[in-house]
Design a protein around this ligand. Structure first.
Ligand code: SF4
Length: 293
């Protein structure tokens, strides 16, 4: 028996603008510098198979602690990923004569610039987000370089413990939840008279969620494609389980499609912001081509 599956993609899925740009810059670097080692500072994206593919093409990873051991006589190409890095890291790379390709997302660049500008005007810079996230440490570095004290506020409890200052700005990590940010801002407003709150949340995550919600009522099952360690893919999966009345699965590659999906008439696809187009295409092709015996 042949079961013809209709595959419907969410209106918005897969790579966000910043990740797409970073991947394209990395591919260009590999082509432009065939005789040089090309590194990214940390993983370029949160997708294992995409990283493996890039590694096969010669793209390796470097960590900040490796910079000291770079041979400045034969410096590599280093790609700064979409999260960005503190200015001190870029300076260390320049001192080693590295060819730096800056793939910092334009949205993150804006936050870095804002942090530096207000730090120069003696504002304290507060960042709502995860202390250990590369984007947050990068932005903090821009404020600190200009002499501002910078504090990271991870949650409402942290906001309550912030010592009162005269004037401050609040910036968020681009992927924080809107509700969490509003709650943190509300607490800080009671403590800081001159607090300027900037809306720096990136719409990429909510756009993918909204498109998924619309898709859920149109299909019998949803495949969420993306890295198991990708936070935004995990959130898509969680919501798909909530919104879809049929089957839901989180897969990284086409090989992981559960056999039950091949019995459905309509399957919806969504994918996290770091899922490559080729993997989405492969999942769609597999669903369409595979026949049920
Ligand atoms: S999620 Fe938004 S801010 Fe982050 S890299 Fe993508 S486009 Fe840029």
């Amino acid at each position: 028996m042949n079961n013809e599956i209709k595959v419907v993609r969410a209106d918005i899925l897969g790579y966000c603008m910043g990740v797409r740009r970073a991947v394209e810059l990395a591919k260009e670097a590999l082509e432009s510098y065939p005789h040089k080692q090309v590194f990214t500072l940390g993983p370029l994206i949160h997708n294992k198979s995409a990283l493996e593919q890039l590694a096969n093409q010669g793209l390796l990873q470097l960590s900040v602690t490796d910079i000291d051991s770079i041979n400045s006589e034969n410096p590599p190409v280093v790609i700064v990923r979409a999260h960005g890095v503190p200015p001190a890291v870029k300076k260390a790379l320049s001192e080693k004569n590295c060819i730096i390709i800056d793939a910092t997302c334009p949205r993150v660049l804006l936050s870095q610039k804002r942090a530096a500008d207000f730090a120069e005007k003696h504002y304290e810079v507060l960042i709502a987000g995860d202390k250990n996230h590369g984007e947050v440490t990068g932005i903090a570095g821009f404020a600190e370089e200009k002499g501002s004290k910078c504090q990271v506020v991870e949650n409402v409890a942290d906001a309550e413990n912030i010592s009162a200052v005269d004037k401050a700005i609040l910036i968020s990590q681009t992927t924080i939840s809107r509700q969490e940010y509003e709650d943190i801002a509300a607490v800080l407003k009671t403590k800081i008279a001159d607090l300027q709150v900037f809306n720096t949340i990136c719409p990429a995550t909510s756009e993918r969620q909204k498109a998924l919600e619309e898709l859920c009522s149109k299909v019998e099952g949803i495949l969420v494609i993306g890295g198991k360690n990708s936070a935004n893919t995990q959130r898509l999966f969680m919501n798909a389980e909530k919104w879809c009345k049929g089957l839901v699965a989180h897969i990284e590659t086409a090989d992981e499609i559960p056999s039950s999906f091949f019995h459905l008439k309509t399957v919806g696809l969504t994918a996290g912001a770091s899922t490559p187009d080729e993997i989405i295409d492969e999942v769609e092709d597999t669903l369409i081509k595979k026949t049920i015996e």
